[in-house]
Design a protein around this ligand. Structure first.
Ligand code: ZN
Length: 201
């Protein structure tokens, strides 16, 4: 079987945000990161600034990297990360694959926080067979009744004498905590609640 090209996977020809596009904006909540040419879609309704990344169908597929826009669309609309169609849902909830990470809660997979979008039934089966990463870790196929929007993660910029700089690339900013003014969001996270482990044996 040929390897799938996941819908969410980034491509080598998709260009990230350039630091020269960024500026400082003096909003009512204080100074914050912004684009020089602002567009309404730059921020989500929580006020987080999102990375601008081009979308392309050319180049090499970067299997270990997700395109910002496609990851966000899949997570927002609960679309399959492999084909971009609707994720599978039954009376026990939506279909997700999740694995135990160092920072997973002791209740894992219940209350796991993930940026991996859900799957359709066919691609959950194929992913379990094909994904080399899953073979190296403890994972579970899940039905999730409440995949609750949790927050965003991304790079956090700090303004210095020579412009915006970032040293932290993967900071999680939950919606129930104050916004980070230097955040450039690149992933949407959900918390998996009311989960049922599906037996795949
Ligand atoms: Zn699919």
């Amino acid at each position: 079987m040929p390897l799938l090209t996941p819908y969410v996977a980034a491509r080598s020809t998709e260009l990230p945000t350039r630091e020269s596009e960024l500026t400082i904006e003096f909003a009512s909540c204080g100074p914050r990161l912004a684009y020089r040419n602002t567009r309404p879609e730059d921020r989500d309704h929580h006020g987080n600034l999102w990375a601008r990344v081009s979308q392309s169908t050319g180049g090499r597929v970067l299997y270990d990297c997700m395109n910002v826009h496609r990851q966000r669309a899949c997570m927002e609309q609960l679309l399959c990360q492999v084909c971009g169609g609707p994720a599978d849902r039954n009376e026990h909830g939506w279909l997700f694959l999740d694995w135990r990470r160092e920072d997973s809660p002791p209740t894992w997979p219940e209350k796991s926080i993930t940026s991996m979008p859900p799957l359709c039934a066919e691609h959950a089966r194929v992913s379990v067979r094909q994904c080399p990463f899953l073979r190296r870790s403890e994972y579970a196929v899940l039905r999730v009744r409440k995949p609750q929007p949790y927050g965003v993660s991304g790079a956090v910029y700090q303004l210095t004498d020579t412009g915006w700089h970032t040293s932290e690339n993967d900071v999680l900013s939950p919606y129930d905590q104050p916004r980070l003014p230097g955040m450039l969001a690149s992933r949407l996270h959900r918390q998996l609640r009311n989960v049922t482990v599906v037996d795949t044996s």
